[in-house]
Ligand binder design. Structure first.
Ligand SMILES: [Zn+2]
Length: 291
């Protein structure tokens, strides 16, 4: 939790929003329960950025509140068009957090018999990217390869084949995910943990990810443009499935820092990419993106 909190704390727009307590002015957007959680979160963020502060901040109060209130943030799907879905979603759940972190996925099913396509939309606040298999120790992959796997056309089992709207019967189909709407802050989870015959296994594959200029054109749905992102935080996992530790690398004031529980120190930019990177936090470069 510490590592993720540090990444969120270094999400500039979220930090400023919390320190200025702007959510208190939004009234209807936050129900009482959620406001309690925001209060706890904002207090923690304010304490972390208090100019006169020294030493470390214990997040115990936020943790207790979080455990009591864990908000349920479920994605859903429907067969309505993207914009209608998005509007309806905002009516139900509009907030600053949605403005900052939530995007929309396009999921298209295609009947392999007649080619008929049907599209559904669902919201996401992070994307969980698969790592390529078939790798031996020391192999390297690029983030782009993980993104390609994420958007690769998947053949659905004939056993649970979906109903084709044209053939009017269950037909073998393919499914493809693309991104319909890109968030300002994009959270990418490298799915290092997988189930094997021997239990849960952790992959230590070196994933090369860009610090600047990540283009997501390859994942974009038609007309979704060419968004460009820069990295500003990484949550790392060290160790094994049974015993591990989380740290955060975050950029603030143009410099990268390591956050390791109560310790913070400066680090070199060229140390940011490592085999321990687990969750990547990217910020949209508004000036270079085409949306
Ligand atoms: Zn069909």
């Amino acid at each position: 939790m510490n590592a993720v909190l540090q990444c969120l704390s270094n999400t500039s727009a979220l930090r400023d929003y919390c320190i200025r307590r702007e959510y208190q002015l939004e009234g209807t957007g936050y129900r009482k329960k959620r406001c309690e959680l925001m209060d706890a979160f904002a207090s923690l963020i304010s304490a972390l950025w208090e100019p006169s502060a020294s030493g470390s901040v214990n997040p115990i109060q936020f943790q207790q509140k979080f455990q009591k209130l864990v908000p349920h943030f479920a994605g859903y799907s429907d067969d309505e068009k993207s914009m209608q879905m998005w509007k309806r979603y905002l009516e139900r759940d509009d907030s600053k957090i949605v403005d900052l972190f939530v995007g929309q996925l396009n999921s298209t099913l295609r009947c392999t018999t007649c080619g008929y396509k049907s599209t559904t939309f669902e919201v996401f606040c992070d994307l969980s990217l698969p790592l390529p298999k078939r790798l031996s120790m020391g192999d390297r992959v690029s983030l782009s390869e993980c993104l390609s796997l994420f958007t690769a056309e998947e053949e659905l089992d004939t056993d649970n084949a979906p109903l084709c709207g044209r053939c009017n019967q269950r037909k073998s189909s393919t499914k493809k995910l693309t991104i319909q709407r890109f968030p300002t802050f994009l959270v990418l989870h490298l799915n290092r943990f997988s189930l094997s015959h021997y239990g849960i296994r952790k992959s230590t594959t070196y994933v090369e990810f860009p610090l600047y200029g990540l283009s997501l054109r390859q994942c974009a749905a038609n007309k979704a443009g060419n968004p460009i992102y820069d990295l500003y935080a990484v949550c790392n996992h060290t160790g094994t499935v049974n015993g591990g530790h989380y740290t955060a690398y975050c950029k603030s004031g143009g410099k990268w820092h390591v956050y390791n529980d109560s310790r913070v120190s400066l680090m070199q930019e060229n140390q940011v990419v490592s085999t321990e990177a687990y969750v990547l936090f990217y910020q949209l470069d508004e000036t270079r993106s085409i949306r």
